[in-house]
Design a binder for this molecule. Structure first.
Ligand code: UD1
Ligand code: UDP
Length: 369
């Protein structure tokens, strides 16, 4: 079969690998003409190779190996190197996902060469432009040809900003596809609870990596103090698979891990799903983790002042605590014993029905007919 579409899938960080995985699987299933370009923004085994292994994804055709660099350098190198690959491969469509530097660079390189861009997870807004991710989202949405928007709220944002309706496609988020495809596999394969000696619903799961939270020593100290207060209140372990950025900042600032807080290396996706599903409570500043808690119906405390995932708050399954230790404790108290069972009320998952990847590829194929 001859394809009119040649698709370049750009990814660079852990969440992009996870959310692009259902699309890559679908490309394989449809035997499409596509290739994966990894920028190498994430390169540590736990954030990169382990996730590919867990999701049984083919190795990317290209890995630029850009690694950690100051922002301007990272954007510059990535954009230049991605362009070189595009000039060689001549894709007529580029797909990016989310809000990272890799996403921005992929979209900029494509537009420079007049290649059409699809943006999955379009329309998310925290309205906080002090976060680089918000700036990336807004720019990429502005220059993309196809806006694949995951939730009714994100759809509304795009309409309110006056984006042409012909560019907007409501698809759901591939995170639901990824959860549906992997939760059973995770239950069968993961031994993480046994390995860590944890019982279901008798620990709290923590993640934190936002630059705004961990790069400021005072904020990072507040977060650690907040976690310590939470341990004193509930006396159950806090398990923290720690992002390398956060670990580096703790070491640089001589911040010790307090009693009750157990740091471990980032775990693979399957292990993480099991840790999430069995947690009594999750405390996080991650975007993807807020979504996963919502889908898995695990109460979540978000240690940020805002979120681009407001549905999680509206449904009462997530709460914004900021990073003040007392406020973190209050929020944890509010969510700790919250029984979450929205499914009994004819509840529809606003993040999608698990068919987002199929929809995105159907639309792209239709548009390149
Ligand atoms: C990036 C994204 C963020 C996303 C997160 C997912 C941007 C601006 N940030 O943040 O939106 O939520 O990925 O996890 O694109 N490091 C390693 N090993 C790695 C990667 C990073 O040790 O494989 C360390 C390095 O010290 C590096 C630091 O983490 O300087 C930050 O990495 P970077 O990719 O810039 O940002 P993240 O915090 O990972
Ligand atoms: N995750 C993982 N191992 C971990 C922590 C998180 O596999 O130790 C997964 C998690 O299931 C989610 C994604 O990583 O799908 C979230 O990535 P991250 O928090 O790094 O980025 P964000 O979503 O905030 O951009």
């Amino acid at each position: 079969m001859r394809f009119l579409m040649k698709l370049a899938i750009i990814l660079g960080t852990r969440p992009e690998i996870i959310k692009m995985a259902p699309i890559i699987r679908e490309c394989e299933k449809r035997k499409m003409d596509y290739f994966v370009l990894h920028t190498g923004q994430h390169y540590s085994k736990e954030l990169d190779e382990q996730i590919f292994l867990d999701l049984e994804l083919p190795k990317p055709k290209y890995n630029l190996g850009v690694g950690s660099q100051p922002y301007r350098k990272q954007v510059g190198i990535m954009t230049r190197e991605i362009e070189k690959i595009f000039e060689k491969e001549l894709p007529n469509l580029v797909l990016v996902q989310g809000d990272t530097i890799s996403v921005l660079a992929g979209a900029l390189a494509a537009k420079k060469l007049n290649i059409k861009v699809g943006h999955h997870e379009a329309g998310l807004r925290s309205h906080d432009t002090s976060m680089l991710e918000e700036v990336n989202r807004v720019i990429v949405d502005h220059i993309s040809d196809f806006l694949f928007t995951p939730t009714p709220d994100a759809l509304k944002n795009l309409h309110q900003e006056g984006k042409e309706p012909s560019r907007i496609f409501f698809t759901g988020n591939t995170i639901v596809d990824a959860l549906n495809q992997n939760i059973e596999i995770a239950r069968n394969k993961s031994k993480i609870l046994e390995k860590l000696g944890l019982r279901s619903k008798s620990y709290i799961l923590v993640t934190a990596h936002r630059a705004e939270n961990v790069d400021k020593p005072e904020k990072l100290k507040d977060i650690i103090n907040g976690l310590s207060l939470i341990y004193k209140e509930f006396a159950i372990p806090l398990v923290f698979p720690i992002h390398p950025r956060t670990l580096a900042r703790m070491k640089e600032n001589n911040i010790e891990s307090p009693k009750g807080l157990f740091l471990l290396e980032p775990v693979g996706f399957l292990d993480f799903l099991i840790l999430e599903q069995n947690a009594k409570l999750v405390i996080t500043d991650s975007g993807g983790v807020q979504e996963e808690c919502f889908v898995l119906k695990v109460p979540c405390v978000t240690i940020r002042e805002n979120t681009e995932r407001p549905e999680t708050i509206e449904y009462g399954m997530n709460i914004l605590a900021g990073t003040n230790p007392d406020k973190m404790l209050l929020a944890a108290k509010e969510m700790f014993s919250k029984s979450i069972n929205p499914g009994s009320n004819g509840w529809e998952n606003p993040f999608g029905d698990g068919k987002a990847a199929e929809r995105i590829l159907d639309i792209l194929m239709e548009k390149t007919k």
